[in-house]
Design a protein around this ligand. Structure first.
Ligand code: PEP
Ligand code: MN
Length: 337
C-alpha cells in the first residue's frame, strides 16, 4: 500500500501516520517530493490488507499495490533515484560509461585499457577477477590478485572500479577493492547472495538473468533493497531467445519498461547483449536513444588474445569513436556524457 499525504499535511500528521504503522509492526518508507509526501507501507501482507488509513488527518488517499515488489516500484518513489559513487552520479543528467576488459589478465593489459577508456570519457574501469565461465576448463580469473590490479590501474587513472561477485563469501573482500559490486546474469536469482548484498554499503549493479522476466528482475532488486541497501542499478545485458546469430538478444524495450516501473537507474551492456564487437556501437547508440542512464562496454587493448570475450570487445580506437558519437545522441536526449 502507498499512502499519499495532502500537500497541506503537517509534520505531525506525517509522524502520526508513521507511528500508527510502526505500532502495527509495519515499516514506513518515506518519499518526500516537492509537493507531496508518499509513504510506502512494507510488512506483513495480512496486516496491510486490513489497514485503514484514509481517515487519518493529512492523508489524501491510499493506493493498494498489487505487484510483489514495492521498494523498487515507481509508485513507492515517483522521482528518479540518483546513486552517488564519490563525485559521480548514476541516474542523473550525465550518462555514466563503464569500460574495460571482460577479465583482469595482467597489470599491463589493465593499464593500457584504463588509460584508453579514461581518455575517451569513461568513468569506471570494469574487469572480472572471479569469472562465472560456462566451461570449468576456461579461464576462471585471477581472484584477489586481479582485484588489486584492477584497483591499481583505476587509481592511476582516476577511475572508479566495478567488478563481479560470484560467491556471497567474497562480498567483504570485493568491498575492499571495488566501488560498485556487479551481480552477474547467472546470479540474478541467487537469493542468499542478494540478501547478503542488502547489508553492503556499496551500490550493486544487478544484471538481468539469462531468461529473467522484467518482474523477476524487479523482485531480485527488491531482495537487495529490503535488506537495507537501496543503491541498486539495473543492467540489461540481453536475454536468451531462439536467435543464434547473436550471443543474446539485447532487449532495449527493458529500458523503457524499467523506467516506467521503477525509480532506479538502468544501464545497458551491448557487449554481452550481442556477443559481436561489430554490433556494440549501433546497440550502444540505440541504448542511449532509448533513455538509459549509462553503458558498460568491454574494451580490450588486444581483443585477439583476450582470455575471455574477445569477440565482443572493442579496441580502444573504436571505443573512443563510439564515445564521440554518443555525445551527439546524449545531447538530443537532454543528457551529457
Ligand atoms: C561480464 O560482465 O563479464 C559478465 C560475465 O556478464 P553477464 O553476467 O552479463 O554474462
Ligand atoms: Mn564478459
Amino acid at each position: 500500500m502507498i499512502i499519499v499525504m495532502k500537500p497541506t499535511a503537517t509534520k505531525d500528521n506525517l509522524n502520526n501516520v508513521v507511528k500508527k504503522l510502526e505500532t502495527l509492526g509495519l515499516r514506513a518508507h518515506l518519499s518526500e517530493g516537492e509537493e507531496v509526501t508518499i509513504v510506502g507501507v512494507i510488512g506483513d501482507k495480512k496486516t496491510i490488507a486490513n489497514l485503514e488509513m484514509n481517515m487519518m488527518e493529512g492523508v489524501e488517499k491510499t493506493i493498494r499495490i498489487t505487484e510483489k515488489y514495492k521498494m523498487v516500484s515507481r509508485n513507492f518513489h515517483p522521482q528518479n533515484t540518483i546513486i552517488n559513487v564519490g563525485d559521480i552520479e548514476i541516474g542523473g543528467d550525465e550518462l555514466v560509461v563503464m569500460a574495460g576488459p571482460c577479465s583482469v589478465e595482467s597489470l599491463d593489459q589493465l593499464r593500457e585499457a584504463a588509460r584508453a577508456v579514461k581518455s575517451a570519457g569513461a568513468k569506471f574501469l570494469r574487469g572480472g577477477a572471479f569469472k562465472p565461465r560456462t566451461s570449468p576448463y576456461d579461464f576462471q580469473g585471477l581472484g584477489e590478485e586481479g582485484l588489486k590490479l584492477l584497483r591499481q590501474a583505476a587509481d592511476e587513472n582516476d577511475l572508479k572500479v566495478i567488478t563481479e561477485v560470484v560467491d556471497k563469501d567474497d562480498i567483504a573482500l570485493i568491498e575492499n577493492y571495488s566501488d560498485v559490486i556487479q551481480v552477474g546474469a547467472r546470479n540474478m536469482q541467487n537469493f542468499q547472495m542478494l540478501k547478503a548484498l542488502g547489508k553492503s554499503k556499496k551500490p550493486v549493479l544487478l544484471k538481468r538473468g539469462l531468461s529473467a522476466t522484467i518482474s523477476e528482475w524487479l523482485n531480485a532488486a527488491e531482495y537487495i533493497m529490503t535488506g537495507g541497501n537501496e543503491q541498486v542499478i539495473f543492467c540489461e545485458r540481453g536475454i536468451r531467445t531462439f536467435e543464434t546469430f547473436t550471443r543474446n538478444t539485447l532487449d532495449l524495450s527493458a529500458v523503457a519498461a524499467i523506467k516506467e516501473l521503477s525509480h532506479l537507474p538502468i544501464i545497458v551492456d551491448p557487449s554481452h547483449g550481442t556477443g559481436r564487437w561489430q554490433m556494440v556501437k549501433p546497440m550502444a547508440r540505440a541504448a542511449v536513444a532509448a533513455g538509459c542512464d549509462g553503458l558498460i562496454i568491454e574494451v580490450h587493448p588486444n581483443p585477439e588474445i583476450a582470455l575471455s570475450d574477445g569477440d565482443q570487445s572493442l579496441k580502444p580506437k573504436n571505443f573512443a569513436r563510439l564515445m564521440e558519437e554518443l555525445k551527439a545522441i546524449a545531447e538530443i536526449m537532454g543528457r551529457k556524457i
